[in-house]
Write a protein of this length. Structure first.
Length: 117
């Protein structure tokens, strides 16, 4: 048996453990931002085709999408503002990410899309 100086059986375990914890936390943050971008993209699509839809139709479609994406309460409260040349669609919600050691991180999202009519 060869004696190797400086080697240990736990040498690689600690960095791997740190990497696993970081990946576990990053997944929750990544999912929250991915849902935000999906919702914002849908708002942009609704804004681009707003000339053929009423505000109630746009609101109901986006509220259904918020439910499908399992966004937190408040995301389905859609604000639509029309002027003669521009439509702006927005929402406002907070998403809570649970961290280790019973801690929480609150992420505030304000998706908004605007388009010319």
């Amino acid at each position: 048996m060869v004696n190797r100086r400086g080697s240990s059986r736990l040498g690689c375990l600690i960095p791997l453990l740190i990497l696993a914890v970081a990946a576990y936390i990053a997944i929750d943050f990544g999912e929250a931002y991915f849902r935000y971008y999906q919702f914002k993209d849908a708002m942009g699509q609704e804004a681009r085709f707003a000339t053929t839809k009423t505000d109630d139709q746009i609101t109901s479609r986006l509220a259904a999408l918020a439910d499908t994406l399992q966004l937190p309460p408040g995301a389905e409260l859609i604000s639509i503002q029309r002027s003669p040349t521009v439509i702006t669609i927005s929402s406002d919600y907070d998403e809570v990410i649970k961290l280790p050691l019973k801690k929480e991180q609150v992420l505030h999202f304000h998706p908004m899309a605007a388009s010319r009519l």
